[in-house]
Design a protein around this ligand. Structure first.
Ligand code: SAH
Ligand code: SF4
Ligand code: F3S
Length: 446
């Protein structure tokens, strides 16, 4: 049958959709490009903010029409909402056939078969270890120019940041076996992958077996993992997301600085620059600790840059707290920041605090941070004019097919005229001639 999977939420979900697709293909199904061509539609859902849940529920409503036109169709949900609200949704949405939780992706092909045979609703949400079957299943299309892949190194999260629903839906943190991860990376390299993005809710806690911070400065199994993946010949670039600042120790800083394949672009979620708010968020670090990580890395690695996640309008966030966040924003001089308006999530500790920052104020703080970011970007990008960077070529640029785009090691988007015979996944040296806040423009150095 033809299967269409639509993914909401984070890269973990994207990765899970890919392994679901790979397992469905192994079971004899085909992946469709649109829901209209599909016999089976699966929504891979996210619960992190209310808006994310609303989108998936809205989509489920729209899909009802397809079911009326083509009654043989099968509809399923997977991912975080399927884990936390699967039961309820199976009851309330008549045309929904299955809800598969975040640890049971490998069960999807069997579930589909059973629904075809018996026409009954199925829910599956039990918890499992990190190395679930099929967690290493990929769909790599090197002929189509794919050179980059996601690799999940752990499941779940133990941090319980007070605003966050993820630990409740994804379950406790479980690290995968290191040899298995390295074998998966090697196999990706053999299939033409040059760049790997390691994924986990807190990658810096990889292999620490759930020990809470503070972490000893020299204890970092994640550093060992970076080291081992670095040793794989075909892999040229390693990225990762996200490390929790309280787990970012000396060993990890030195490893990042030492290994040339580890990209010099670090996503380091700040959430708030106010120590008082960080405490209420159950984020066990302060602004000083956070800035020390950034300063140490800047000292050791020339040209390194940072991105972050910030929440505005957390319960009790005053103007003063917000100004503390703006200060860190400027000090850290981020190249990118994902800014979120606080959204209360049921069952979390913060959901019991009054959501007392009015919506308009959340909007205002959000807009101010975005404006600050644009200013920082404009000045940082201007400084790059005249410099030369190694760029991993991706293909024709979206805006102008006569030019190609690619990413620098620091994840900057560079646009340049292609050289003859250039293929996606090739490395070129691009000299930057002009910059906007979002993009660098240049030419390949001959
Ligand atoms: N584990 C990752 C983040 C996963 S969720 C990490 O810690 O970096 C991605 C981001 O969503 C978080 O970093 C946070 O900024 C934001 N987020 C999580 N819960 C939220 C909520 N209730 N309201 C608004 N933003 C939220
Ligand atoms: Fe959520 Fe915090 Fe875990 Fe990230 S570290 S997933 S923000 S609980
Ligand atoms: Fe959303 Fe689940 Fe990711 S809640 S952000 S899809 S871990």
């Amino acid at each position: 049958m033809n299967v269409y999977i639509k993914t909401y939420g984070c890269q973990m979900n994207e990765r899970d959709s890919e392994s679901a697709a790979a397992m469905l293909v192994s079971a004899g199904h085909r992946i469709a490009g649109t829901e209209e061509e599909a016999d089976i539609v699966i929504l891979n859902t996210c619960s992190v903010r209310e808006q994310a849940e609303r989108k998936a529920i809205g989509k489920l409503g729209i899909l009802k029409k397809l079911k009326r036109e083509r009654p043989h169709m099968i509809f399923g949900i997977m991912g975080c909402m399927a884990q936390s609200r699967g039961e309820e949704l199976l009851k309330s949405v008549e045309h929904l056939d299955f809800a598969v939780g975040t640890d049971n992706i490998h069960a999807i092909p069997e579930i589909v078969e059973e629904i075809v045979r018996k026409k009954r609703k199925i829910r599956c949400d039990d918890r499992r270890g990190a190395d679930t079957p099929g967690i290493d299943a990929h769909r790599i299309n090197a002929e189509q120019g794919q050179f980059s892949a996601f690799l999940s190194i752990s499941r779940g999260c133990n941090r319980y940041c007070s605003y966050c629903i993820v630990p409740y839906v994804r379950g406790p943190e479980r690290s995968r076996d290191m040899d298995g991860i390295v074998a998966e990376a090697r196999s990706l390299a053999d299939h033409g992958i040059r760049e790997i993005m390691l994924l986990g809710q807190n990658v810096a806690a990889y292999g620490l077996d759930g020990v809470p911070p503070p972490i000893a400065e020299d204890n970092s199994p994640f550093s060992e993992l970076l080291e081992r993946i670095s040793a794989i010949d075909g892999i040229r670039r390693i990225r990762f997301t996200s490390p929790h600042p309280a787990f970012f120790n000396r060993k990890l800083i030195e490893t990042i600085a030492r290994l040339p394949k580890v990209c010099k672009c670090i996503h380091l979620p700040l959430q708030s620059g106010s120590d008082r708010i960080l405490q209420r968020m159950n984020r066990p670090y302060d602004a000083e600790h956070y800035m020390n990580i950034i300063r140490s890395l800047r000292e050791l690695v020339e040209g390194i840059n940072f991105s972050t996640d910030i929440i505005v309008g957390f319960p009790g966030e005053t103007e003063e707290d917000f100004e503390a966040t703006r200060r860190i924003m400027r000090e850290a001089a981020y190249d990118n920041a994902f800014i979120f308006k606080y959204s209360p999530r049921r069952g979390t500790v913060a959901a019991k605090m009054p959501d007392d920052v009015p919506q308009e104020e959340k909007e205002r703080r959000n807009a101010l941070l975005l404006r600050d970011l644009a200013e920082i970007n404009a000045s940082r990008n201007r400084e790059l004019v005249g410099k030369t960077f190694e760029v991993l070529a991706e293909g024709p640029s979206k805006r102008n097919a006569a030019r190609w785009s690619g990413r620098t090691d620091t994840f900057k988007l560079a646009v340049f005229p292609p050289s003859p015979g250039l293929k996606p996944g090739d490395f070129v040296r691009v000299r930057i001639e002009r910059a906007t806040p979002m993009t660098l423009y240049g030419s390949i150095e001959g």
